[in-house]
Write a protein that binds this ligand. Sequence first.
Ligand code: ADP
Ligand code: MG
Ligand code: MG
Length: 887
Amino acid sequence: MTKWVYVFGDGRAEGSARDSHLLGGKGANLAEMCALGLPVPPGLTITTEACNAYYDGGKSFPEGLEADVMAALQKVGEMAGRGFGDPDRPLLLSVRSGARASMPGMMDTVLNLGLNDDSVLAMARESGDERFAWDSYRRFIQMYADVVMGLDHEVFEEILEDEKARLGHELDTDLSAAEWQEVIARYKQTISDELGQAFPQDPREQLWGAIGAVFSSWMNARAITYRQLHDIPTSWGTAVNVQAMVFGNFGNTSATGVAFTRNPSTGENRLYGEFLINAQGEDVVAGIRTPQSITEAGRIESGSDRPSLEKTMPEAYAEFVRITERLEAHYLDMQDLEFTIERGKLWMLQTRTGKRTAKAAIRIAVEMADSGMISREEAVRRIEPASLDQLLHPTIDPAAERPVIGSGLPASPGAATGEIVFTSEEAVDAVRAGRKVILVRVETSPEDIHGMHAAEGILTVRGGMTSHAAVVARGMGKPCVSGAGALRIDMRNRTLLAMGAKLGPGDVITIDGSSGQVLRGAVPMLQPELSGDFGRLMEWADATRRMTVRTNAETPADARAARSFGAEGIGLCRTEHMFFEDGRISTMREMILADSEAGRRAALDKLLPMQRSDFIELFEIMHGLPITIRLLDPPLHEFLPKGAEEIAEVARSIGVEAEALAARIDELHEFNPMLGHRGCRLAISWPEIAEMQTRAIFEAAIEAAKTTGAPVELEIMVPLVGLRTELDFVKARIDAVARDVMAEAGQEIAYLVGTMIELPRAAIQAGSIAEAAEFFSFGTNDLTQTTFGISRDDAQSFLQTYRQKGIIETDPFVTIDTEGVGQLVRIASENGRATRPGMKLGICGEHGGDPASIRFCESVGLDYVSCSPFRVPIARLAAAQAAVKEG
Ligand code: ADP
Ligand code: MG
Ligand code: MG
């Protein structure tokens, strides 16, 4: 016989925290708290297996479930000293859903189940408080009709507002017992009118209605969407918790609240939470009344004059503090708690590992490791690498003047400056045109996602810390100020009115998502502080990881940023970017348009000093670290003007006929440039380009070593090699120039020549290519394009569809396709190292900054990953976690 039901109560439980697969997170932790001897109202948990059986049986309760629940309920009643359906001492219940992972898409909790026209009288008699009994009954009817019967809760809110207005009351708590009875009569009438059925009076019918509703909610649209977004399998099912009620709405010695054992936004090790006197369920988070702080310190900090729990109910408070400490020490992590106080007696209703910001996560992990609660390795393991993004943003310089023009909630950390735009379309257009913008909206909706992506930051007039704008911005790691209520947006005149100032599109503002301030103009900023807890955690990560982390950078600014983020070298320096700058592109064009080798060499001679000085600066910044420099890679027409107007202009400036120029551009036109005349193919057609670049590199290395005293580790990389002979050809030129430069300087420079593995042929022939190549760097962007035969620039239209239709799970340009592209990487690594033992291997595609791909790189045994500067800390942490998993 399958065990469908687990009982908990009176210091004993049939399940434990280990049973969350069966009991769901909430049920497993209720059992655990009970077994720890904490005050938990008795109850029972119906397993996730029962949920699955319910669906297997075509939405009918599995055999034996009903009998098991009723038997368990008998025990719960005994523990509570009450009976379900008992006319004098009715057992009232809460019915709560609870999946393995916390899931907001599921059924809302139903409280006070078991109340009807008779038991409400018993409750009034027993409690001696009629108002309390009728308040509980109306809450039950409202919740049950909404959650189980599917009647919109707004219907009831309207009735209540209407009655309150009629009776001249402001707060729900002002209503008397008799007045609640009138409200209830209207509720019941509405239910009959709207649904054609009466509100169920039989407690058993109520109970099974609620259990069925929890099971059904597993397959509602909200829950399905949530599961898809969070990769939660449908097969998990949900558990149902049926628990004896305790009452926080039992007068002024009763209360209900929520708390965190540490501050979830800063991580500070101090109890943090809110409660409401004479309230029930989720009144605290529903914002009906302003909640009070649990601790006195919290009250003082928030500047509230409403008393803290610490002061109003010192005994219950003291016990609560003891319990929070006990729970944290037991679970070894910050807990998120729900509790109720009934006439001075504390009851625990929930505990779970609390959600937190990245900043709080780091502080909590570091402090827990320091206090010996957890190991350093565990601290490293606990931080989600992608979440570090939140910490890597600039902040406003504290020394800067702050021309404040408004303020709102600090909804997503970091500061941002940009021009005001009022719509997402404008945001996208402005950013395409190379401008930086702040998206200013009354509030945002899902249609604004593209605008939010494009913007530097988001400012909304309405909405709280959990508004759409706030939640989405935090997810994107973008600064956001929400609910800046004093600002006015006048869409007709397209102005933002802020403290007398009238601003419009194009005016620059700065938002500080960490303080909630809105500032006029561009305010000086500081780069993110990477020391403190963050620095220590990263040190621990660095001590754990095996792979090194490099960066993809060619500009001094990027190289410096990457160094400050802890990059240990450059894994990809794309030299072509150096030719796009003003003043250089025209020389580059001269070179491309020259019709003889001599002409090309003359232009290259002019490019040489420019390229050399770029390298000197880069080498000085990287100070002795390894640098992989890739020779010119893109097809040459990318450097040429497009469109008649631009062609005419360029022709004028370099002194050729526009027609001649247009003809040459035509000649260079390719149908499929990605697969065209690019990469090492350029160096084979025009070796003088590679020769100039090699000379610039070696002369710069010699020069930079003079100032730094530490020559960089040069790695010269030949792109897009498919054939061993291609590499042989180019390598011979590199070696020859290197020899010349070294002879001229009378100095030896150590260097490696290697190749990018970015074509399937190269991967398969890696064993032979490794005879010439001294290192491999996996260019997984091109390798993904060429392996799939999908152009990355054209893929988004159909990859989206692929994901929707379940053809692929993840975008292979974001997370490496381990079965296909990854298999090629594996083959090339093994064969390369078979030819050249210990050969240096790295990855330099976008995947180098993606945690899942980094895990794969660890499993293949690559020496390093290389990613964009801002992803370097993420890669350091992900590499550490990968090493722990592999080890
Ligand atoms: P959620 O998953 O949304 O947090 P819960 O099942 O925890 O939903 O229920 C929400 C709230 O209902 C709790 O925080 C608590 O205030 C109240 N509640 C749940 N069970 C009981 C109970 N047995 N007695 C009193 N209040 C309860
Ligand atoms: Mg809830
Ligand atoms: Mg809860």
